[in-house]
Design a protein around this ligand. Sequence first.
Ligand code: NDP
Length: 399
Amino acid sequence: MGKALIIGAGGVASVVVHKCCQNPDVFEEILIASRTVSKCDALKEKLQGGKTKISTAQLDADNTEEIVALINKFKPDIVINVALPYQDLTIMDACLAAKVDYLDTANYEPIDTAKFEYSWQWAYREKFKEAGITAVLGCGFDPGVTGVFSAYAMKHYFDEIKQIDILDANAGDHGYPFATNFNPEINIREVTANGSYFENGEFIETEPMSIKRVYNFPEIGDKDMYLLHHEEMESLALNINGIKKIRFWMTFSERYLTHLKVLENVGMTSIEPIEFDGKQIVPLQFLKAVLPDPASLGPRTKGKTNIGCIYQGTKDGQPKNYYVYNVCDHEECYKEVGSQAISYTTGVPAMIGAMMVLTGKWKKPGVFNVEEFDPDPFMEQLNKQGLPWKEDFNPSLVD
Ligand code: NDP
């Protein structure tokens, strides 16, 4: 049916490539392009021989002209951006220039400012509309599936949703004293930033990790979870009519937080460049270099993740609560695609989003967040592609 250019060859890209190859009727041909071409070649080596034709290329995705040249050569039907958030705009510019659909899993973040928000990418709405091409923003799990869950809840179960609590639990154990489950630089920038939640039309900022709750997660049990700022709150606040409150919660162990505090206190999480041995280095980028590569956690990680959303609202004038979530097992993911569940739960939705665009189900000109599309075909694919979801109409609420 179509051709996809996959940019990036890290943990998430590896899952996207595996999953595209499992769906060769949709993904007839893929080109894996990234900064380090040997990583692309390694993926090709592992997966070639199936129905999907795979090729690779070296690409600097900070350079729009290079991306345009590659797109013009390969002529993909969609570009799946699973590089880093810093490359979102250069890749969107290239898609505009070459008139090809675009999908990513994380919103743009300037490399020198730890500030992630949609304003930069939403500024492309008119340009994509005029060019007649589709951009799907934030199509991983959170953001991504959490937006699809929200659209599904709205479509099938509520007249009005007043409150959303997004709960992201990782009960996986990789056996290291400290490691991050996806790109350490992006992960640490996210968790050391101020928290925030949406209430009555505005975002209220909180000190990092200052609001904690304990929640009894299905199939996982009691976990400490902390309120964080997370990008999907920004789009859900706009796209869910009548919404009054949105909070995002992520679980962290005491051990993780203690390590992080120490690293922060000694200046290792800073993104301000410093002079070292006559060279400028960014402490956080140095830290990334010494921490375990998230891709290496796959074979060591045991346990499960549980990510979902609790909705409170009304239906036919009656109050109604609804919890929808996915439980994913790290070891099962590794058995299937050689990655742990964090990469898996991001890569599978990215592939499904691209499938939605290629099959015309999510094809409209403009720049959209996932909750702006019909959730039903996506929800159906989640069940087929390894991320089945469960529902609870009487969940425990987060106070
Ligand atoms: P990795 O660091 O494992 O992979 C990133 C890849 O991008 C690497 O292969 C890297 O190349 C490549 N890359 C970086 N810069 C460039 C560049 N300038 N040109 C070309 N390629 C480049 O990250 P992950 O796979 O863990 O994460 C990928 C994306 O997924 C991130 O944007 C992350 O924020 C997002 N994410 C989203 C989640 C969600 O649920 N929505 C959850 C988890 C992650 P090299 O190998 O040379 O370093």
